[in-house]
Design a protein around this ligand. Structure first.
Ligand code: G4P
Length: 566
């Protein structure tokens, strides 16, 4: 079934996202990656792009005011495969931008379901920070491979061996250094490329102006090479001692372990100084996997999940098969407020997208037009002619596409693994005018479909409780309800801090008991139960302790912190 033309196109594609804690240097690194990928000629363009985008949408002004990126976008650029003949086409790279601010969550999380590899940026002075830890947990849901970049070596950092330890103990990932730093801060001399035995001497750049690429480094015969004594001076002994320690402590690189998300190749550098960025890109295109096959539920089960306990028909969708497939992982609303259009971001999983084609919308079971799909470059949006597995296309639509939707060339399918995440902040929505109740229900429903927020309609009383992962989502929601649905709403604190989707744990022989226990669970917990926008039942609890108690009392009920869209 594999199509050789598609095989070639897929093999030279890479799709990734950067995960990091705010301020670790993600924006700076993104710019430098685009610069080395030839997509931008001057640094500062990423920030400029953000600024210009804000102008098109009212609520996005919030981003600008707060100096953060609320939305996620896609950037494409190219980079040659190291060692390949110059006549070979370069690798096509899709970089999915993830909003990095601590305030913002679910959107970021879901972007990670659409990538084949993650680039983890760590501030060398701080080690693994909380947001990074959370994002890596999400990567783990799909065993996404991770490449690590320790940034800001031009500043005083933690000891490099300590940093390796930190990643291993906090994230459970073993690091395999591809480069090793020599000195740090004021005494930063450069990095040693352990794979190619080259020394890259550090030269500080003015990060805002000087975009000159650093030289290829100095070839040496190994860490014992006497050239290093002259080049590194006082640092050479420490360097050799580190490498000796490293040889005992770090495992050899194992590609399978990397692909399984268990080992992470690690590089050191300074994004601001363009230092180590090219080596990072070279390592990335060499090691990161091309777009991967994905499993999907097939046939009518795609829209109507069989009862719990019954087998779910599924198949592996191969990236190189002729059939076009893809799934929506993000909806961005109102790029143009005049048209109320929403951009659905579709990750292509197989086949080829051709401009003007129609696709089969599996949930609605009808054809949709993908005529004006766009692709994103560093600076511009362009109409797409062709796209392949791993590519992301933007489809403007008026709400017919929602997160988790699968598009195909006719087969009924649903890609799995695009979850909702349990919100952490809850509010009761209060209307200023009761006449707007209908508009509020519509607005909340649509915002929930986009994945911007989660809405629970409580069983008792039917009131709406909204749940978000980050505080900022509440502000965005309030703003959008007013701007788009003319609903003036406010929030009231509620005594919930955690939500779990609940289903019955079934085992055939005890079906009847389980049903009865589920009934009992519902009766006893009515005040805490509500349905989300997909009609799935969720239990809202005041705190983790309380949740644990309920879990203990009802062992036949399954409580899940993530929920796949059905
Ligand atoms: P983020 O997107 O992860 O939030 O981080 P961002 O790139 O905005 O970087 C956060 C701060 O760290 C910025 O400083 C940036 O210049 C600085 N930075 C990034 N890479 C390096 C590096 O390799 N070395 C050093 N020393 N600093 C680095 P800022 O003062 O907050 O902003 P700006 O005025 O420099 O733009």
């Amino acid at each position: 079934m594999a199509n050789p033309e598609l095989g070639t196109m897929v093999a030279r594609r890479r799709t990734f996202a950067i995960v990091s804690h705010p301020d670790a240097g993600k924006t700076t690194l993104t710019e430098k990656l685009l610069f080395f990928g030839g997509a931008i000629q001057t640094v500062g363009a990423v920030r400029a792009r953000r600024a210009s985008r804000h102008a098109v949408s009212d609520w996005m002004q919030m981003e600008q005011e707060r100096g953060i990126s609320v939305t996620t976008s896609v950037m494409t650029f190219q980079f040659p495969m190291p060692g390949a003949p110059a006549s070979d086409p370069p690798i096509d790279i899709n970089l999915l931008d993830t909003p990095g601010h601590a305030d913002f969550g679910e959107d970021t999380y879901r972007v990670l379901t659409a990538v084949d590899c993650a680039l983890m940026v760590i501030d060398g002075a701080k080690g693994v920070e909380s947001r990074t830890q959370k994002l890596i947990e999400i990567c783990r849901l799909r065993d996404t491979p991770v490449i690590t970049f320790i940034n800001k070596l031009d500043r005083e950092c933690l000891d490099p061996l300590e940093l390796l330890d930190d990643v291993e103990s906090k994230l459970g990932i073993t690091c395999v250094p591809m480069t090793w730093p020599i000195g740090m801060g004021k005494g930063f001399r450069g990095v040693y490329d352990l794979v190619n035995n080259r020394l890259h001497l550090f030269r500080a750049l003015d990060g805002t102006k000087d975009t000159e690429a650093p030289a290829d480094g100095i070839a040496v015969s190994g860490v014992g090479d006497p050239q290093l004594d002259a080049l590194l001076g006082d640092h050479v002994d420490q360097f050799r001692a580190d490498i000796e320690l490293l040889e005992g402590a770090a495992p050899a690189y194992d590609h399978e372990a990397f692909l399984a998300g268990k080992q992470s190749p690690l590089l050191f550098g300074s994004a601001m100084n363009n230092f180590g960025v090219r080596e990072l890109l070279q390592t990335y295109v060499r090691l990161a996997p091309p777009p991967q096959n994905r499993s999907a539920v097939t046939g009518s089960a795609a829209n109507n999940p069989p009862p719990p306990g019954e087998p779910v028909p599924s198949r592996e969708v191969e990236t190189t098969e002729d059939h076009f497939t893809g799934f929506v992982f993000k909806i961005q609303a109102n790029m143009d407020p005049k048209h109320r259009d929403r951009m659905a971001f579709l990750r292509i999983c197989s086949g080829r997208f051709d401009r003007g084609m129609k696709a089969y919308h599996c949930r609605l079971q009808r054809e949709v037009n993908l005529g004006n799909a766009t692709m994103f470059f560093a600076k511009n949006r362009e109409i797409v002619e062709n796209a392949y597995a791993g590519d992301i296309i933007g489809i403007p639509n008026h709400g017919i596409l929602k997160i988790g939707d699968t598009l195909t060339d006719g087969e009924l399918l649903r890609f799995t693994g695009i979850p909702s995440f349990a919100p952490e902040i809850f509010r009761r929505v209060q209307l200023k005018s009761p006449l707007k109740a209908k508009a509020l229900a519509k607005g909340l429903g649509q915002l929930a479909e986009e994945g911007a927020i989660q809405v629970f309609k409580m069983i008792l009383g039917g009131e709406f409780i909204v749940g978000v992962v980050g505080q900022l989502q509440l502000e965005v929601m309030k703003h959008r309800l007013l701007a788009e649905y003319s609903v003036d709403a406010d929030y009231e604190a509620v005594d919930f801090s955690t939500a779990r989707w609940v289903t019955a744990l079934t085992e055939d022989r005890r079906k009847e008991d389980v049903r009865k226990n589920m009934e009992k669970f519902r009766r006893r917990n009515e005040a805490n139960l509500g349905h989300d926008a997909h009609g799935d039942l969720a239990h809202l609890a005041p705190n983790k302790w309380n949740l644990a108690k309920v879990e203990e009392r009802f062992p036949d009920v399954r409580f899940q912190a993530t929920r796949e869209h059905t």
